[in-house]
Design a protein around this ligand. Structure first.
Ligand code: RP5
Length: 160
């Protein structure tokens, strides 16, 4: 079995519908990943165990999706110097604005990269992870160029 290069974490099983878009993109690009539910608030020890062992397991980038007072990405960043990509999720009655602010407002010294709220953010998180990995993997870089070419062609083929 290939060791995962990307770890996708989410705060709850209820986040899976939004976060599966990230997994789909990684599969499309042939990037091995693992995906787990780990909560900053509900499973603090297990979340810390996961992130502390991530680098030694070959993981190079972490993606964290969470809603409400979304502290998952910040918690991961507190324990690792791996790049952390956050997806604020629209789980609460504030529709993700709460998660966005909780995620994006990291204090100086401990950054996380924050994507769009919700499903679009999950897709972009995977693409951003692939962009990071592609710096040391030209084949992946070529796949990204091809992905954008197809996107461009699809748009230009639209006839109204
Ligand atoms: C957050 O609380 C999770 O990331 C999820 O978005 C939200 C709700 O979780 P559940 O109550 O559905 O488990 O921590």
């Amino acid at each position: 079995m290939t060791a995962p290069k990307v770890g996708i974490l989410m705060g709850s099983k209820s986040d899976a519908g939004a976060m599966e878009g990230a997994a789909k993109i990684l599969e499309e690009f042939g990037v091995p990943y693992d995906m787990k539910v780990r909560s900053a608030h509900r499973t603090p020890e297990e979340t810390t165990d996961y992130v502390k062992s991530a680098e030694s397991r070959g993981i190079q980038v972490l993606i964290a999706g969470a809603g409400f007072a979304a502290h998952l990405a910040g918690t991961l960043a507190a324990h690792s110097t791996l790049p952390i990509i956050a997806v604020p999720l629209d789980s609460s009655s504030l529709q993700g604005l709460d998660s966005l602010l909780a995620t994006v407002q990291m204090p100086p010294g401990i950054p996380v990269a924050c994507m769009t709220i919700g499903k679009a953010g999950a897709v972009n998180a995977a693409l951003f992870a692939i962009q990071i990995l592609s710096v040391g993997d030209p084949e992946l870089g070529e796949k990204l160029k091809e992905y954008r070419k197809k996107m461009r062609e699809k748009i230009l083929a639209v006839e109204l």
